[in-house]
Design a protein around this ligand. Sequence first.
Ligand SMILES: [Zn+2]
Length: 275
Amino acid sequence: MPELPEVETIRRQLASAVSGRRIDGVTVRYAGRLNVPAPEFAQAVVGARFQDFGRRAKLLLVNLSNGWTIVTHLKMTGRYLLKPGDAVPEKHVHVVFKLDDGRQLFFEDTRKFGYLKLVRTAELEEKIYAKEKYGPEPLEKSFTFDRFKTCLIKRSKKKIKPLLMEQSCIAGIGNIYADEACWYGAVRPTRRVATLSDKELRGVYRGALTSLGAAVKARGSSAVDYVDLYGKRGDYVPRLKVYDRAGKKCSRCSGVIKKIWIGGRGAHYCPKCQR
Ligand SMILES: [Zn+2]
């Protein structure tokens, strides 16, 4: 599933490629993952311009010039793909936006878990964020260690890795970067927060920032399906320390990466240097 670095990559690419462009037409080919009927969606969107693109946690926010936002969750296999005017949409392209410069923006989703929700931009807080209970954005300056620690220790009985993925203490992290943050912090993903020292908590905090920041620069991790706006794979997978590396050597010690299951999700760690 695309996490913060992957969604942020697409956001940045959309912002530089199509900001200010007008949407001249919309074709909804599959309406099952829209929150409104297809004609209503098209009516709200056609004629508006792409004003800017935002991101909250793993949500991509397509802000239009007419006060509407298309809130997009890519889930497992959702993709935005920018295509020339003569490109023919494949089977799993659910929505086609025709731009005023002739190009097309496809929303494609093979597994159909992703969604597009039409929401008034002014109502995002109330209609979307409040329900999700998103914590702070890790790439923002306001995400300090003290803020992170205060949030974690209120949930001290929880295991560190699933807690990182809950979005409440840090937004945008999923399975990949939760594994990576624990490796950088040299703590096992199964450790309960109450057992972590201040130094270890700080290590996880720094690890999250290090891996997320570096992954954004590398245009994300194409561990499974993820590709960027131009259909290209991200470059971060070779730099992953533990995620999807079971049986391989740890780059910090001579340990061998192990895969375990926590609450039905795979977790990867080095049994030698992660305590
Ligand atoms: Zn190790």
